[in-house]
Design a protein around this ligand. Structure first.
Ligand SMILES: Cc1ncc(COP(=O)(O)O)c(C=O)c1O
Length: 409
């Protein structure tokens, strides 16, 4: 019998999605593999500080504690003891009682974003999103064909209640945004929350960078602000909060959580079932051991010290070598410096090709724009590389920029 390859293995809508997303995340991850290449593209922690010994010890303890239970398909909502731990943490932060019914454990925060898309977005729905927007969220939601409106935070003149009334949800990364590194002030969070409450709109608060605070702290999350406004009873508000261990411990555990009203958690859990049956009990059990033993609190201050030093090294090198063409605000936390072009002729999509030839990479701004038009900025990561490597990376970027501007582009 002759075997035939299917002529059209992928449906057209999926092909369109792939070509639009351009596999960008995979491309940036792959750049880190060539040892001569300096990638300041990925949003990656520094591997040399991973708490490997603590993770090995936690794995041993997790297996002793749960036995084969850590190796089974588990409950779709995740390991109850870890859900409880997260619920207690959020309750302490917010002054309102959250229970395990308010917590869904996910494969990183990324799965939470995907599930939110599955549960909420119909084609043509409007999402009011912080602009520029995290590329993972854009990728997760693209197949559902939403339309975007840029969120304007200002209390009086910004996005209004009427606009929110007809939006499916608001999406924001208020702590050290990906890609800009910006921190949204408490007053703006409060104003947005009040508008969302008045409009009856879901508000997705994506918070992976919370632990990476270099200068001062973040202030309360939007979820906590809501908890303080209405401290009584089971949480039934509009905030859908996403957390993760990827930035504070390691991304490879793939442990994240979504905190929301119980009905929203039930909907997301149903959607999750058809995605993965259950996420890894083993890594959830390891995460629980790490959190109960206070390993996250113990680890974060040391990475914060290194990351602050790296941020300063990047900004100092950039001031010396890139100041003629770019400007930026020093981010008070997180992983990224957002460099905006001063020179009208610099298009960061075009510059990117010259940068690759110099064996250095950043992420062009267009990746964070639903319409892919943002060519006047780029995201530069400072956490993954040592200060001396960042300095060399900036020197290569300066060389690439000069070559670009003297070429015919
Ligand atoms: C804003 C934002 N949300 C979600 C994620 C996904 O994180 P996780 O590794 O927990 O899936 C990232 C990762 O870079 C991110 O920057």
């Amino acid at each position: 019998m002759a075997l035939r390859t299917p002529s059209s293995p992928v449906r057209p809508a999926f092909s369109r999605w792939i070509s639009q997303s351009n596999n960008i995340t995979q491309q940036f991850m792959a750049l880190g593999i060539d040892p001569d290449f300096i990638s300041m593209a990925g949003g990656l922690p520094a591997a040399e500080f991973y708490p490997t010994a603590a993770i090995a010890e936690a794995a041993e303890k997790a297996l002793a504690r749960w036995g084969s239970g850590a190796l089974e398909y588990g409950p779709i909502e995740g390991l109850s003891a870890l859900r409880r731990h997260i619920a207690e943490r959020i309750s302490r932060e917010s002054g309102r009682t959250f229970t395990i019914d308010n917590v869904l454990l996910t494969v990183g925060a990324m799965q939470g974003l995907d599930l939110i898309g599955k549960v909420l977005i119909d084609p043509g729905d409007r999402i009011v999103a912080q602009f520029p927007t995290y590329v993972g969220a854009l990728d997760a939601w693209r197949p559902r064909r939403p339309v975007y409106e840029a969120l304007d935070w200002s209390a009086e003149t910004g996005t209004g209640v009427d606009s929110l009334r007809t939006a499916k949800f608001i999406y924001t990364v208020p702590n050290y945004s990906n890609p800009t590194g910006a921190l949204v002030p408490t007053s703006a969070r409060q104003a947005l929350l009040e508008k969302a409450l008045e409009a009856g709109t879901w508000l997705v608060e994506d918070d992976p960078y919370l632990p990476l605070q270099f200068d001062g702290d973040t202030g309360p999350s939007i979820l906590s602000l809501h908890g303080r406004m209405e401290p009584d009873g089971a949480y039934d508000g509009p905030v859908v909060y996403l957390g993760t261990l990827s930035k504070s411990i390691v991304p490879g555990l793939r442990v994240g959580w979504t905190v929301a009203s119980a009905p929203m958690i039930q909907a997301l859990a149903l959607a999750k079932q058809s995605s993965d049956i259950a996420s890894s009990m083993l890594t959830q059990a390891i995460a629980l051991e790490l959190l109960e033993a206070g390993r996250e609190e113990a680890h974060v201050p040391s990475i914060v010290r290194h990351y602050r030093e790296r941020r300063d090294a990047l900004c100092a090198a950039a001031s010396a070598e890139l100041g003629e063409w770019f400007e930026w605000d020093t981010p008070p936390g997180g992983m990224f410096v957002w460099m905006r072009t001063r020179h009208p002729a610099v298009d960061t999509d075009a510059l990117y090709r010259f940068a690759l030839e110099e064996k250095v990479a950043f992420v062009p701004g267009s990746v964070f724009d639903p319409a892919t038009q943002l060519r006047s900025a780029m995201r530069v990561n400072f956490t993954r590389n040592a200060p001396s490597v960042l300095e060399e990376g900036v020197a290569r970027l300066a060389k690439a920029t000069k070559r670009y501007l003297t070429s015919n582009y």
